[in-house]
Structures are given as C-alpha cells and as structure tokens.
Design a protein around this ligand. Sequence first.
Ligand code: 3PG
Length: 205
Amino acid sequence: GGIPDAGPLRGEPIVPVVVLHDADDAHPLADALVAGGIRCAEITLRTAAGIDAIRALRDRGDILVGAGTVVDPDQVDAVVEAGAAFAVSPGFDADVVDRCAERGLPIVPGVATASDIQAALRRGLRYLKLFPAGLVGGLAAVRAFAGPFPDVRFLPSGGVSAANAAEYLADPAVFAVSGSWMVPADALRAGDWDAVERLSRAAQT
Ligand code: 3PG
C-alpha cells in the first residue's frame, strides 16, 4: 500500500490556491491559468462553490485539479467523488491522511514544525506543504528543516509572491510553490481573467 504522496503535483512548480465564489467561474479561471502557462490548480473548500468547481473541471485534459483546505476525512470522500487529482491541507491531520490513503488520493499535508514533519514522515509522506511559509521563516525555515529531514521536499505556501517564488524554487528542498498571488481575490470576484492570465505568466519568470 502506501500513500501516493504528492503524486502528479510533483511535476508542477507553481500551484495557484484558488477561492471561487461561483462554480460557473471554474472554466474561465482554468482557461486563464492555462493561457498563462499554469497547468494545475488547488481549488479550496473555503467556499461552497469549491466542490462544484472541481467537478466542473475534472474532465479537462489541460489542467490538473485538486482540492485545497481539506481538513476533515469526509471532505476526502467528497473531493474524490468530485474528481480531484490531489488534496492539500493547511496542517497535518492523521485522519485526513489515512482517508486519503484508503481512497488512493495523493495528499500534501501542511507542516509548520519539526513535530508535524515527523508525523508526516511516520505516515510515509515526504512531500509537504510548508505553511504559513513566510511566517515560519521562509527560506531560512526550509533550510533549517532540511538539516534533520534531508528527504523532505517542501511546497512553501503563505506569503509566496512573484518577488520570492523563484528564490524558493531554486532551493533543492523545494519541489513547488503555491499561493494566491496569481489569483487575487479581487480579480476572481470581478471576473478579471486577463489579470489572472497576466499574473500567471509573470509567476513563471
Ligand atoms: C494557502 O492556503 O496556502 C494560502 O491561503 C496561500 O497563501 P497566500 O494567500 O499568502 O498566497
């Protein structure tokens, strides 16, 4: 057995953290991300539209769609049924991780401490979201954790921006970065897909 850790996310360097208020926005949003060169999206369950947005995008072949803010084992079942390709959690919850293992859903749990990392490693997970990355020390935290945990690969999130994404990605302990800087709340609310496309393209330079 074992958990398919990070799974398909390992091939995607930039993961947008998306908060949608209307599932009808899912396709225009995905079009804008793809046009800007981003091929994955973490659709959060922070809004009721999240699950429907995941379901709406499940059969698009051009973007890998997962669920974010998965904090309860029952949400794991819901996102699997909606077609999510991966799950991300803000923190480490063994029940959520175990349900993902049962359902075969790749999970990237959040960690902020050495204890969290040990709990994840014990469950066989080494691709971990560092959250909130900026507040726990940014790149200095990545480097400090890489000492005792050389096999761990991090997804820093929280405070990542166009200004520091490349610096994070250059660190060998970082497998990808995530955040909302290319999908800002005001642009999503306004349906400003041109802004999402432009910020997505800029995120990669
Ligand atoms: C997350 O869930 O990873 C964060 O909401 C992203 O943080 P950011 O808004 O600072 O990018």
